[in-house]
Design a protein around this ligand. Structure first.
Ligand code: SAM
Length: 246
């Protein structure tokens, strides 16, 4: 059988996200302490003061990070490949307008859709690793001045990874048998939140050195590199963290 094309993978990913849309919206807005207290704030910090900036939010999902940007004064254009998710985002925008322009678009077509250097900032909140036409998307994104990414750390995405309890102290750790190589893998999100009914979302797994190489091949210079994680106080406060305190 021939290898699936990037277009096939993208269509498959979009179907999974359409099916997962309601679950994702409920999870991101109410039940995901990693996003609400760790990734989201870390990406906001990396973006700095966005007041008055023109920002493109890539793979915006139901609009979680786009709303944060608009709330901080940015003019936000946002797109998403799952038609269902972008409809949820647009619905929310019509209920509580923040001036965000949402549209349905494949990240592989950024260069066709937007003029070069038309944004002050491009953000992708946990979306870049989900994009299968990855090289095309990164080349498109590179036509803007600055960028903020948050990616799942590859320590959490190796193929076949699973949670395992340490019999000595009862804490759960991530078991991995293979780290190197660039592959698409099931993200394990559903297991992270302990919900068997969660979707089998596929993402890119590659070691940090490959991410760095890929970004520099496209022409990016990495200006800031952060590995956000919950503090001991946050772990105490929110039951949703499956985390061993520092
Ligand atoms: C982990 S979710 C993050 C969503 C959103 N940024 C958030 O923080 O809630 C990844 C998103 O990337 C989107 N995505 C995947 N491939 C895409 C593509 N080719 N073009 C645009 N969006 C894509 C998915 O549909 C999904 O909504």
């Amino acid at each position: 059988m021939s290898e699936p094309t990037s277009e096939d993978l993208n269509r498959e990913s979009s179907a999974v996200w359409d099916a997962a849309a309601e679950w994702w919206k409920e999870r991101t807005e109410e039940n995901d302490p990693y996003r609400l207290f760790v990734h989201g704030p870390a990406l906001s910090d990396a973006c700095g003061d966005v007041d008055g900036l023109d920002v493109l939010d890539v793979g915006c999902g139901a609009g979680y990070f786009s709303s944060k940007l608009a709330g901080a004064g940015a003019r936000v254009q946002a797109f998403e490949y799952s038609e269902y998710l972008v409809a949820l985002a647009a619905d929310e925008e019509s209920r509580q307008p923040l001036g965000i322009q949402y549209e349905h678009l494949d990240a592989g077509l950024i260069s066709d859709r937007f003029e070069p250097q038309s944004f002050d900032l491009v953000t992708g909140c946990m979306s870049i690793a989900d994009i299968f036409p990855l090289d095309a998307a990164l080349v498109g994104i590179h036509s803007v001045l600055k960028i903020g990414f948050s990616l799942p750390h590859p320590i959490a995405t190796p193929p076949g990874n699973r949670w395992q309890k340490d019999p000595d102290n009862g804490f759960e750790g991530r078991m991995m048998s293979s780290y190197f190589g660039r592959r698409r893998v099931v993200s394990g999100l559903n297991r992270v939140v302990g919900k068997a009914e969660g979707p089998d979302i596929k993402v890119w797994h590659m070691p940090l050195s490959d991410w760095q190489q890929l970004l520099s091949d496209v022409g990016f210079a990495v200006a800031q590199f952060a590995e956000p994680h919950p503090s001991s106080a946050q772990v105490e406060e929110h039951a949703g963290f499956n985390w061993r305190p520092d």
